[in-house]
Each structure stands twice: as structure tokens, then as C-alpha cells.
Design a protein around this ligand. Structure first.
Ligand code: OGA
Ligand code: NI
Length: 379
């Protein structure tokens, strides 16, 4: 079995002529984010954001699968409560087993609610710096915060984006903690994602061959964390990334994107564009769902490229256990195991998994974390 890197192990580098930590601190202290750099007229990507060559492979786009013929599956939820339930469950199963990533249409979230949240968070980033600055924070205890690069002081290279973070522990968030501009649209969107989450939880349970209440009963998607990313236009998109390749440390992620594109998913050893489909919500299987499904469902690697046009705006809703269940241990679901399907992973909790993920893995350096939780062949 591979040894786990210790949480907190730093991957930061700095050379004799380059004090990365100092540059990161200076950038952070502007509290103006990447948008601030662009507004100040930078014409070159600062060194802090320049990625090593291994992160910048195959940066070309393949719009609508023109070159590869590969397209992210579309799952139509129309009629999922009655006439089309089996169909929908079958589609979801296939998409989860092959891509781990799919576009959901007819999901019940009104277009004006999706447009409303995208517009509100975009407006937040486009306010004068002085107004935004008061919200800038890296304090985990805050239920709302604005920051650039959650892993600024740990990652090897910063990414070209600014973010807003809304924590809805078990559906609750004090509206007063959120800037007025975003309050109504984000709460409205969250209410709808909550409903969609319940439907998908049932459908995915059935897709695994379990009772429809199974995933709901084990509480694995009780907590919502809504994170908005704002990817400004970039003068040298070949030198940096919006989001480095990673899979999510969630059970499930729901992602709303505007029309700018840039998101890519890894499939059959290629990067495939996730072309925006009007009205669609993207869903992707997270590492922990992959673990409990004993590898039946895949958690796909994905990344975001930046462009000379923009901004790209996305709203991710991360679903994972809430409250006490954060420390509850989850392992491969027993009902899915037999002699031919022995457990492939050991049990872990969200807290443990996320700890490794944030300190050593994925988001930081593109190294997958889930393999560390594999049961060794010799066991
Ligand atoms: C993420 C992510 C994609 C995007 O936040 O985990 O993959 O489009 N975001 O912002
Ligand atoms: Ni992601």
C-alpha cells in the first residue's frame, strides 16, 4: 500500500531569485484578486500564476467533440417521477459508470433562477475594489467569504480566478452573513439545488441497484457548499490555468456554468470540452461516491482553461456529509460487495479525506488522492 503524505506537507517552492511566498502575500494583501490585476492593466501573467509545463499539456479545445467525437452525456430528467423513471435511471447509471460527468436537462430549476445567480455573483466581482475588499477573507469559520485562490500559500502555481464561498451547513446559512447583492439569488438557487439533490440522490441510489432512499439515509449529501468562481479574461492563456486537473472530494457536485466555456473533462485519456448547453446543470461524481460505489461510478478528472475572452462564471454546489456525519466513516456499500466484488477501498470520513485532499493532493498538484485509500492487493 502506498503511504499517505502527511497533511500539511507543503508543496510550495521558492528559488534563490524568486520568493514565491512573498509574492503570494503581496498579491493577497491587495484583496483585489485576479480581477484587480486585469483592471490595473497587466498585459502579462505574473510569475505567481505561471504553471509548470506538466500542467499545461494539451491546452487546445475540442469544441463539441469536433476532433475526438467525444461529448459529455446529456441526461434528460423529463418524466423521471413516473413514465420515464427507468429510462432516466439507466441513463444516469451509464453516464456515472463511464464518464462520471453529465449535463442534466429538464431538472426543474427555472432558467431565471440560474441566470439570476450567475448574474449576481458576476456583479459581485465587478464591483469597485473598495466595496469587495471588506469581504475578502481566508477565515474558514466565515460562512461567506471572497478570496482569490483558496490554496494560494500551498500550491505550486496560483490559478487565474477569484471565488466566493457560501457555506450552507445542512441547508442553513444566516442571510445577514451574505452581501445583499447576492443574497436573494443565491438563497433561491440553493433552495432549488436542494430539491434537485434529493431527486438525484434517489435516482443514483436506484442506479446502484439500491432502494431509492439509500443515499439519503446514509446522509452523504446533507451539506451544501456553494462556491462561485470568476475567471477573468487572461492576456496569456497558454501560461496559466483557471483550475488545475482534479476530481472533487465530494459525493456529488452540481455545476452551473455561463456561456464562455473552458471546462474540460478527462475521458479515454483525452481532454474533452464540456460545451455549455443552455439551461443545463452539470453533475459530476465525487471521489467519495466512487469509493462507496466500490468503483462502479467514476469520479472524473476535470480542469478549467482560461481564455482571452471572458469572464467565465461558474457556480458549484458541493454535496457532502454535514454536521456529525462529517466524521462518520464511509466505505464501499455492503450490498454492492460479494466474492467477485471485494471492497476496493478502505473506510474513511469526509473530514479525513478532505484533510488529505486539501493538504497534499489534487487541487494543489493534480495528483489524485483516492488511490491512497485503495485496499492493497495482498490484503
Ligand atoms: C471546482 C470545479 C469548475 C468550474 O470548483 O471543483 O471544478 O467551472 N470548478 O469552475
Ligand atoms: Ni471540480
Amino acid at each position: 500500500m502506498q503511504t499517505l503524505p502527511s497533511p500539511g506537507e507543503s508543496v510550495t517552492y521558492s528559488g534563490p531569485h524568486y520568493d514565491r511566498a512573498k509574492e503570494a502575500k503581496e498579491f493577497d494583501e491587495t484583496k483585489a484578486g485576479v480581477k484587480g490585476l486585469i483592471d490595473s492593466g497587466v498585459a502579462k501573467v505574473p510569475r505567481l500564476f505561471i504553471h509548470p509545463p506538466q500542467n499545461l499539456r494539451d491546452l487546445s479545445s475540442d469544441t463539441d467533440g469536433a476532433a475526438t467525437g467525444l461529448k459529455v452525456p446529456i441526461v434528460d430528467m423529463m418524466g423521471y417521477r413516473d413514465s420515464r423513471r427507468r429510462d432516466v435511471v439507466d441513463h444516469l447509471r451509464r453516464a456515472s459508470e463511464t464518464w462520471g460527468f453529465f449535463q442534466v436537462i429538464n431538472h426543474g430549476i427555472p432558467v431565471h433562477v440560474m441566470d439570476g445567480v450567475l448574474e449576481a455573483v458576476k456583479q459581485f466581482h465587478e464591483q469597485p475594489e473598495g466595496v469587495k475588499r471588506e469581504w475578502y477573507s481566508r477565515d474558514d469559520a466565515k460562512k461567506f467569504r471572497y478570496y482569490s485562490n483558496g490554496d494560494l500559500f500551498l500550491s505550486k502555481a496560483a490559478t487565474w480566478k477569484d471565488s466566493l464561498f457560501f457555506d450552507f451547513p445542512s441547508g442553513e446559512l444566516d442571510p445577514e452573513a451574505v452581501p445583499l447583492l447576492c443574497r436573494e439569488p443565491v438563497f433561491e438557487y440553493e433552495k432549488h439545488t436542494e430539491k434537485l439533490k434529493r431527486s438525484l440522490s434517489e435516482l443514483l441510489s436506484e442506479a446502484l441497484g439500491l432502494d431509492s432512499g439509500y443515499l439519503g439515509d446514509i446522509g452523504c449529501m446533507e451539506s451544501n457548499r456553494i462556491v462561485n468562481h470568476y475567471y477573468p479574461t487572461c492576456p496569456e492563456p497558454e501560461l496559466t490555468l483557471g483550475t488545475i486537473n482534479h476530481s472533487d472530494a465530494t459525493f456529488l457536485t452540481l455545476l452551473l456554468q455561463n456561456h464562455h466555456g473552458g471546462l474540460q473533462v478527462r475521458h479515454q485519456d483525452r481532454w474533452v470540452d464540456v460545451s455549455p448547453v443552455p439551461g443545463a446543470i452539470l453533475a459530476n461524481i465525487g471521489d467519495l461516491m466512487r469509493l462507496v460505489s466500490n468503483d462502479k461510478f467514476k469520479s472524473a478528472e476535470h480542469r478549467v482553461l482560461v481564455r482571452r475572452t471572458g469572464p467565465r462564471v461558474s457556480v458549484a454546489c458541493f454535496l457532502f456529509p454535514g454536521g456529525k456525519q462529517k466524521s462518520k466513516r464511509y466505505g464501499p456499500i455492503e450490498e454492492l460487495l460479494d466474492e467477485d466484488n471485494p471492497p476496493m477501498y478502505r473506510e474513511t470520513s469526509f473530514t479525513e479525506y478532505y484533510g488529505y485532499y486539501m493538504s497534499s493532493g489534487n487541487g494543489m498538484n493534480g495528483e489524485p488522492v483516492l488511490p491512497y485509500f485503495k485496499v492493497s492487493e495482498s490484503n
